[in-house]
Design a protein around this ligand. Structure first.
Ligand code: AMP
Length: 508
């Protein structure tokens, strides 16, 4: 296997006229999807050698976005979805990192992209879909493909203020998805209800599980996640059988008491990841779907979706967080202490590290960040073997099962999104009248507070934040401080800041 297109073509040949992808407004059969993808690829394949070069996709979540991903693959490029809802400043940073010469775009976003200073070519997706298929050129690309070639890039928050683009190879994705689909028994009878945005790595599981098995991919419109009745109606109408969702999305349904309205009874598999799943919400889902299988999946984007899984038994002791379980096949997951030695004893914390074929290839155009996290395995001095340090702290419980304990840095999860607090701080510190910023996230309260020193006006600061960062990164509260409280070692005292926030809250 050199390219995931081989799986796709087998599926398209086998499942031809069945629905491949459905976004609620339009559907493509497998045959149609293949044809669209080949047309899109043909619209730009001859421009240059696209191998390991990025093509940006500026489109909403739709059947055409999926066709554009596949089109990039047929042209030999790797694709990066650029979320058109992001503020221009963030899009500029993304374009800067990618340095791409081509964006596949919906016409309505052309002005926005030009306003970001982009000067390369824009290919209107409608026009691309009308191109003649260039069989010969596409065959040439396939002939020279290698499984280490890049397939996609996904941007995550970066602590230096610049988002990082995690890049994944065909080989890494094939290896992971092959095991994932087999372990959880996906077949072409499945109807996968996709929740995650297409620039989020949870969606990689949905898309490629469908491509590999012939399951139908149903793209659930984003707005439904704030309206559980329409979401649940949609899941029932589309006969969805499988959910691979972020924990935060599952919790929305239970928090808003969706199951009192309707239960999507055909769902037989619920896989979740991204955060610790709260037992209360898990119990509500299990009560609604008593026959469904529930699995906790763990792992960052850099290891390609997930490296461990834990099948929920219902026997878990609620005094400890739900375990993250054991490694997927063909993966090694282990704990390292601060001196680079392996931690094996139960109860002793260590940094979760992962090795194996399905690691990402690194951060595109960012050798410094790559070198920091993708390192030589300190347990192997004999030959080059890259491992990824997750920055997550874990420990084994008495039964030898891996459990997640938290982070060793200032990365948080908010509304399902991964954020490096330093990225928000660095962005806000550039605003006029701001001398110092420290962001603190109260996990229990679900509140993100930006404490800042300087004369800046809170409203102005919020406006500056909105101009530069996506909504999920905007602090809930801005609190002006005369001075930042410091610990004995001279670091900003985050605990004192949080107490200050609580005092202020009481006063209000
Ligand atoms: P992302 O790259 O957006 O998938 O975020 C990855 C990070 O989310 C991990 O490094 C963990 O900190 C956290 N995470 C992912 N899955 C889980 C899980 N099942 N339980 C707890 N935290 C998780």
């Amino acid at each position: 296997m050199k390219s995931v297109l081989e799986y796709f073509e087998q599926t398209a040949a086998r499942c031809g006229g069945r629905t491949a992808v459905d976004d609620g407004e339009r559907c493509y059969s497998w045959q149609e999807l293949r044809e669209m993808a080949q047309r899109i690829a043909s619209s730009f394949v001859k421009q240059q050698d696209w191998r390991n070069k990025p093509v940006g996709i500026v489109m909403d979540k739709s059947v055409d976005a999926v066709a554009a991903f596949l089109g990039s693959m047929y042209a030999g490029a790797f694709y990066v979805l650029i979320n058109p809802e992001y503020p221009n400043v963030r899009i500029e940073k993304i374009l800067d990192t990618l340095g791409t010469d081509l964006l596949l775009i919906e016409a309505k976003y052309e002005d926005k992209i030009r306003a970001c200073g982009y000067q390369g070519s824009l290919m209107d997706i409608e026009e691309a879909k009308r191109s003649e298929v260039r069989e010969e050129a596409l065959a040439k690309v396939r002939h020279s493909a290698m499984d280490t070639d890049l397939l996609y890039g996904i941007f995550t928050s970066g602590s230096t203020g610049i988002p990082k683009c995690v890049v994944a190879s065909h080989r890494a994705v094939s290896d992971f998805i092959g095991h994932f689909a087999e372990l959880f028994g996906f077949t072409e009878e499945d109807i996968i209800g996709n929740q995650a945005p297409l620039d989020f790595d949870v969606s990689v599981k949905d898309l490629y599980t469908a491509l590999f098995t012939g399951a139908t991919l149903v793209l659930i419109p984003k707005h439904m996640f704030s309206m559980p009745p329409s979401l649940l109606d949609f899941l029932c109408e589309k006969h969805v059988t499988s959910l691979t969702w972020a924990v935060s999305a599952l919790c929305i349904v239970t928090t808003l008491r969706g199951f009192e309205y309707r239960i999507p009874k055909e769902v037989r598999r619920v896989l979740f990841s991204g955060e610790v799943m709260p037992y209360k919400h898990l119990a509500a889902w299990r009560e609604a779907l008593p026959d469904a299988k529930f699995v906790n999946l763990y792992g960052p984007t850099e290891i390609i979706c997930n490296c461990t899984y834990y099948r929920v038994t219902g026997e878990e002791a609620e005094s400890a967080p739900l375990p993250i379980g054991a490694a997927f096949p063909n993966r090694r997951v282990f704990l390292l202490d601060e001196t680079g030695h392996e931690v094996k004893e139960a109860g002793k914390p260590g940094e979760i590290c992962a090795a194996g074929t399905s690691l990402a290839s690194g951060y595109y155009n960012n050798p410094e960040a790559t070198a920091k996290s993708f390192i030589q395995n300190p347990l192997n001095p004999y030959y080059p073997e890259t491992i990824y340090r997750t920055g997550d702290i874990g420990c084994y419980n008495e039964a030898g099962i891996l459990c997640f304990m938290g982070r060793k840095d200032f990365q948080i999860k908010r509304m399902g999104h991964r954020i490096e607090l330093e990225e928000i701080q660095l962005t806000l510190e550039k605003a006029e009248g701001v001398e110092r910023v420290c962001c603190v996230y109260g996990e229990q309260e679900g509140k993100l507070v930006a404490f800042y020193a300087g004369a800046a006006d809170k409203k102005e600061l919020r406006r500056a934040a909105r101009e530069q960062m996506p909504g999920f990164m905007i602090p809930d509260t801005f609190l002006q401080m005369e001075q930042m409280p410091l610990t004995k070692n001279g670091k900003i005292d985050r605990a004192a800041l949080w107490s200050r926030y609580k005092e202020e809250k009481k006063k209000r």
